[in-house]
Design a binder for this molecule. Structure first.
Ligand SMILES: *Cc1c(COP(=O)(O)O)cnc(C)c1O
Length: 400
């Protein structure tokens, strides 16, 4: 007789075998020591072109010192959700700092960028009469948030403003109670930018409001890393401004910045905020210190962009297709899953870690290596990486 346990185990074995056959079975790579521009991964020292540690803050002395001090003054955890008794004075102080940084009235911190996106889509688009309008390449957390929202949903082709306008002109959109246009500020696979000036123009013309997820733009784009709305000078026309604390900021978390009434409403209704416990003091202190460093050490952002230009120009000169990137995320388009995976593996053997990103994470034929530089890379690190990209790329017949 097959028991329920057997049927689960059979299911898992079959699924795992299928994932392996499709090259989608995840094997975790292990970092020894810090997340650093040159890191030890699976026991090998490699130039790390894979993390989101844009400003090289994960080992910054001030962040580490403030995290340790917060443990001494506030303990190691809150053992509560924010609305019960998981809000310490330092949580509120960080939110005030983030609001000031973003130039908004208020801000609210969540456990991650993922949960803040889910929360905003779910809480703000809570009725079938609402309409959530989303770019097709938005992050998975927006896609999942849209699924949890009770609103109707429409998706427009990537950055296609004519298609967005056509959606806004449909009877369904015209009769919607509320319409929210959601977009990533920087798209995480291609490193291209959302056309925010056009999006806010359309939103205003058709009575929609705008949510921008700046996970990859926080600390990277705009004045002192304030994000894409700052870069495009449309910050006062974006109503729901999302940032992450998990990438350039070097710790973990997400936040939404906007008017006080938005923050008040989310404080009372956002489900991840209400039902999942708050950040430990060390994380809060790390994030607060990171914002101070972003204001005090603007040279980090300058160096990040210098490094991005260095790597991008080098890759182009070698003959690689770097797609539509406008940011420190630079894809190297390969177009074939096996080749992309082999390229990544061979580069790793040579001491360069650049992740292969393949179908179904990106469209078929868009398989690529994704590189992300950090302000902490030296010119020698990048030249070493470029030399290896050239060597392995020629060996695999990807470039002349
Ligand atoms: C990484 C990412 C997130 C998730 O952020 P976490 O803080 O890691 O949960 C959300 N949106 C985008 C666009 C991202 O790239």
């Amino acid at each position: 007789m097959t028991t329920q346990t057997d049927s689960l185990m059979d299911f898992l074995d079959a699924e795992n075998a299928q994932l392996k056959a499709e090259g989608r079975f995840v094997r975790l790579r292990v970092l020894t020591g810090h997340q650093a521009p040159v890191s030890v991964v699976d026991g090998k020292r490699v130039v790390n072109l894979t993390s989101n540690n844009y400003l090289d803050l994960t080992g910054h002395p001030k962040l580490k010192a403030d995290a340790k001090a917060a443990i001494d003054s506030h303990g190691v955890g809150t053992a509560a959700v924010r609305p019960i008794i998981g809000t310490q004075d330092i949580h509120l102080a960080l939110e005030q700092k983030l609001a000031k940084f973003k130039g908004t009235e208020s801000a609210l911190v969540f456990q991650s960028g993922f949960t803040v996106n889910v929360a905003c889509c779910q809480s703000l688009m809570s009725d079938p009469k609402d309409l959530l309008i989303s770019d097709e390449l938005n992050h998975a957390s927006i896609i999942d948030g849209a699924r949890l929202a009770k609103a109707a949903r429409k998706v427009y082709p990537h950055k296609d403003m004519k298609a967005l306008q056509a959606i806004l002109e449909t009877p369904e959109a015209r009769s919607a109670r509320r319409k929210m246009i959601v977009t990533d500020g920087v798209f995480s696979m291609d490193g291209d930018l959302a056309p925010l000036p056009e999006i806010v123009d359309l939103a205003e013309r058709y009575g929609a409001f705008v949510m921008v997820d700046d996970a990859h733009a926080s600390g990277v784009m705009g004045e002192n890393g304030r994000g894409t709305p700052s870069h495009f000078k449309v910050a006062d026309r974006v109503q729901v401004s999302i940032g992450t604390l998990s990438k350039a900021v070097g710790s973990v978390g997400g936040y939404v910045a906007g008017q006080k009434r938005l923050i008040d409403y989310l404080t009372s209704t956002a489900r991840p905020f209400t039902f999942s416990s708050s950040h430990p003091p060390s994380v809060i202190a790390t994030c607060a210190a990171a914002i101070d460093v972003m204001l005090d050490e603007p040279q980090r952002i300058q160096k990040l962009w210098q490094n991005a230009a260095h790597l991008k120009e080098g890759l182009k000169k070698l003959g690689f297709d770097t797609g539509a990137s406008e940011t420190p995320i630079t894809p190297v388009l390969i177009g074939d899953t096996k080749k992309a995976q082999e390229f990544s593996a061979r580069l790793f053997d040579e001491g360069v870690f650049a992740l292969a990103i393949c179908f179904p994470i990106v469209a078929r034929g868009k398989d690529r290596l994704r590189t992300i530089v950090s302000s902490g890379h030296t010119a020698q690190d990048l030249d070493f990486a470029l030399e290896k990209f050239g060597k392995v790329g020629r060996e695999l017949g990807l470039i002349p």
